[in-house]
Design a protein around this ligand. Structure first.
Ligand code: DOR
Ligand code: ZN
Length: 344
């Protein structure tokens, strides 16, 4: 392979990751640790991570199975969260954000916030003490079309929060629409957005390709092609406000292939390779490093990592299934191939 194309990057970080707990945690955390230096770990366990003490105990459990992964932790915002909870988190170096799940929006969001306006004292404390707000940006009313929930949330909920709280740093997580892209781009500072591999690679046809495809089901759900194209344009074009957050969200095979299947795409094992495919297809491989390794760290006020990884352009098989505790998990693009791999 004398002419194999390679690409050296500052070691990347994953700014949106679900690791679960127990045997599931042990099954998935090493795949992230193998490639990413840091990960922002989502708090939607059952019960959720609602204070610093619980977050640090969880972080210890993560380090037991992935000792090289510098896990950064998030606080799960609930109706009962107080400004004191926020201040305690803001003062802890490994706690770097709080996550807003509107109650009922997604997996393990039952304890999420029911009255977002009532959270103003918490948001004010976050702005004052410099704790960024990571947002699952979807309204939850059953009368709103599922494909419109992100755009409606931006108009009705998130723009007013940003307007009321000068200095609050906000991440619109897993952006799926042109409106989401424009929301981020309409703010010069303090607003960022994470992008998943599946929302750059797939549109909503992938949910129905030759039959119902539960492994492409995540929330927010995949959108029309024009939304995917707008995300790719903005992100591959080098806009520094967007950064890598896989939203890798493992669920057992049986929980996905079910009459009421769970939302979540498990992309961690090949995540950086999927992003490389997208940037290469856009002719913008030179912008991958900023997206994967620089923009997120800058947003969170952290230094880039010192290490590097090297990507090799080699067609690489994706496992059909992977071990997941006493069951199995089906990764993104299971049984297919991906155009890149990480060199050893
Ligand atoms: O698809 C998703 N899965 N979206 C989320 O917001 C949560 C996640 C999970 O935890 O499974
Ligand atoms: Zn998520």
């Amino acid at each position: 392979m004398a002419n194999m194309k390679t690409l050296k990057l500052t070691q990347p970080d994953d700014w949106h990751l679900h690791l679960r707990d127990g045997a599931a945690l042990a099954a998935v955390a090493p795949a992230t640790e193998a490639v990413f230096a840091r990960a922002l770990v989502m708090p939607n366990l059952k019960p959720p991570i609602r204070n610093v003490e619980q977050a640090m105990a969880y972080r210890e459990r993560i380090l037991e199975v992935a000792p090289k992964l510098d896990a950064r932790m998030t606080l799960y915002l609930m109706d009962a969260t107080t400004p004191e909870d926020v201040i305690e988190a803001a003062n802890h170096p490994k706690m770097i954000a709080a996550k807003l799940y509107p109650a009922g929006a997604t997996t393990n969001s039952d304890s999420g916030v029911t009255d977002i306006e009532a959270m103003d004292p918490v948001f004010a404390a976050m702005a004052e003490h410099g704790l960024p707000l990571c947002v699952h940006g979807e309204v939850t009313h059953q009368d709103v079309d599922v494909f419109d929930r992100e755009a409606r949330f931006l108009n009705e909920v998130l723009n007013p929060i940003v307007a009321r709280h000068n200095g609050l740093k906000v991440v619109l997580e897993h952006i799926t629409t042109t409106e989401g892209v424009q929301f981020v781009q309409s703010h010069e500072t303090n607003v960022g957005g994470t992008i998943t591999p599946q929302h750059m690679l797939l549109n909503r046809n992938a949910l129905f390709q030759g039959g119902l495809r539960p492994h492409h089901y995540c929330l927010p759900v995949l959108k029309r092609e024009r939304h995917r194209a707008a995300i790719v344009d903005a992100v591959c074009g080098g806009d520094h406000r967007f950064f890598l957050g896989t939203d890798s969200a493992p669920h057992a095979k049986g929980a996905k292939e079910s009459d009421c299947g769970c939302a979540g795409v498990y992309s961690a094992p090949n995540a950086i390779a999927f992003y490389a495919e997208v940037f290469e297809a856009a002719g913008k491989l030179e912008n991958l490093e900023a997206f994967a390794s620089l923009n997120g760290a800058r947003f969170y006020g952290l230094e880039p990592n010192e290490g590097t990884i090297t990507l090799e352009q080699v067609e690489t098989a994706v496992a059909a299934e992977l071990p997941f505790g006493d069951t199995v998990i089906v990764p993104f693009r299971a049984g297919g191939t991906v155009a890149w791999r990480v060199a050893n």
